[in-house]
Write a protein that binds this ligand. Structure first.
Ligand code: AMP
Length: 428
């Protein structure tokens, strides 16, 4: 009996993982430039962490967490997102005592029991960043510029960053009231979920996807018109700083983000090629979160990008996934060649080359076919003649030429590369 993978939990096969590796390497490079350092967070946390941070009435906590009781009775969960874990770690290790500003990046799987579809999985992977210890608009702008640089470096052509302000704990209550009053006056036209949200979490009325609620929304109050002067100025400055650097942001006055902890600047990235699940990332500011999880009163801001969706966008753009090929394919012919091939392969690898060593007395033809399929540029042929003379023959696959005796059997990688390129040049 074969055992299959679990619904919503996918393998990332080698053909695709090369693209992932490239996305992650690009992200590491951009994070470096912005002076972020990586944190590696555990996958299992106490369920309470997300109840208290993400919010009791959010979809994630209400319906999607993989929570379970450990043998000692502790309620644990597979983490549904990274921000709460990063805050937990920041507080637990009192990072503010080492440096007033902490800039962290993270990579890894998240788990939400959503209904799987294209671009929506139950285990998915995020690239995220968080900054603790700054509440000025310049850091919000820095995060948005980092996000934009990252998307550009990865090669996402259609990315659009939408922004909104969510106000703060001072001005949100009045906005909430205005929203509830508006909702009550249109109660009959709202979907059943929104009628329930009206009391529990009225902000969520604004990002309901039901057609009747979407149609109604244009008349709803907007936070940008209800926030207090400090929040208004903060938001204006963030937008100004980004625009001065040439980053175009799209104001989305009804974007609220799904999680409870956001305040002030919130943003979302959408890209084409994904169908209905068109968000590739999002984030925002969360000034009360660190304190609410037992830490100091410091500001925080961050974002997360979904790696599966980034990969889907690149695929839809028609870019080929990188196909790493061995630089040298070593094809032994006969028993003498085999041990020489094994030793040469080991040495070239130690010197830094990507090498595939064939084995097992296959015919030259079948080894050449395999080398061609792997797109190896060079095949080193090692038969009795080569071992006897101590000089190797290399087939240059692009030039379709054999370089007989081009280097010694005990050549080092630099000599070998130099000899091959000299042979190609001599040939013109
Ligand atoms: P969120 O934490 O919900 O703001 O999600 C941030 C990003 O993670 C989204 O924009 C997606 O790219 C990705 N993401 C979230 N949920 C899923 C999921 N179920 N499957 C795949 N990617 C997801």
């Amino acid at each position: 009996m074969k055992i299959s993978s679990v619904k919503g939990f996918h393998d990332v096969l080698p053909a695709e993982s090369a693209r992932w590796a490239e996305i992650e390497a690009t992200a590491r490079d951009i994070f470096d430039r912005y002076n972020f350092s990586e944190i590696r967070l555990p996958i299992v946390e106490r369920a309470e962490l997300f109840r208290r941070s993400v919010g009791e009435t959010t979809d994630i906590v209400e319906k999607e967490m993989y929570a379970f009781e450990d043998r000692d009775g502790t309620v644990l969960t597979l983490r549904p997102e990274g921000t709460a874990s990063a805050v937990r770690a920041y507080v637990e290790h009192a990072m503010q005592t080492q440096e007033p500003v902490t800039k962290l990046s993270y990579f890894g799987p998240m788990f939400r029991r959503e209904r799987p579809q294209r671009g929506r999985l139950r285990q998915f992977s995020q690239i995220g960043a968080e900054v603790f210890g700054r509440d000025d608009p310049a850091i919000d702008a820095e995060i948005l510029l980092l996000l934009s640089d990252l998307l550009q470096a990865i090669g996402i052509e259609s990315a659009e960053i939408g922004v909104n302000t969510l106000g703060c704990s001072d001005c949100r209550p009045a906005f909430r009231e205005a929203l509830v009053a508006w909702g009550e006056s249109h109660r009959d036209q709202l979907c059943a979920d929104c009628q329930r949200r009206l009391q529990q979490n009225p902000l969520r009325l604004l990002d309901c996807k039901q057609p009747q609620c979407v149609a109604l929304r244009d008349g709803a109050p907007r936070m940008i018109e209800h926030c207090d002067p400090a929040c208004g100025e903060h938001f204006a400055r963030v937008r100004q700083l980004c625009e001065e650097q040439g980053l175009e942001l799209v104001l989305q006055p009804y974007m609220v983000r799904g999680l409870d902890y956001y305040c002030r600047t919130a943003f979302e990235v959408v890209a084409s090629g994904l169908g209905s699940q068109n968000a590739v990332g999002g984030g925002g500011r969360y000034d009360g979160l660190v304190k609410s999880l037992g830490g100091p009163q410091v500001g925080g801001i961050g974002f997360a990008l979904g790696v599966e969706r980034l990969a889907l966008v690149l695929e839809a753009q028609g870019g080929d996934a990188p196909r790493p090929a061995p630089e040298f394919y070593i094809a032994p012919l006969g028993a003498a060649g085999e041990s020489a091939a094994f030793a040469l392969g080991h040495r070239l690898r130690a010197e830094g080359a990507r090498v595939e060593v064939d084995s097992g007395g296959k015919s030259l033809k079948s080894q050449m076919r395999r080398a061609g399929k792997m797109e190896a540029p060079y095949v080193i042929l090692l038969g009795e003649d080569e071992v006897g003379s101590g000089r190797i023959t290399v087939r240059d696959m692009q030039a379709r030429a054999d370089r007989r005796g081009v280097a010694a059997l005990d050549t080092d990688i630099n000599e070998l590369r130099a000899a091959l390129s000299a042979a190609a040049t001599a040939e013109g």
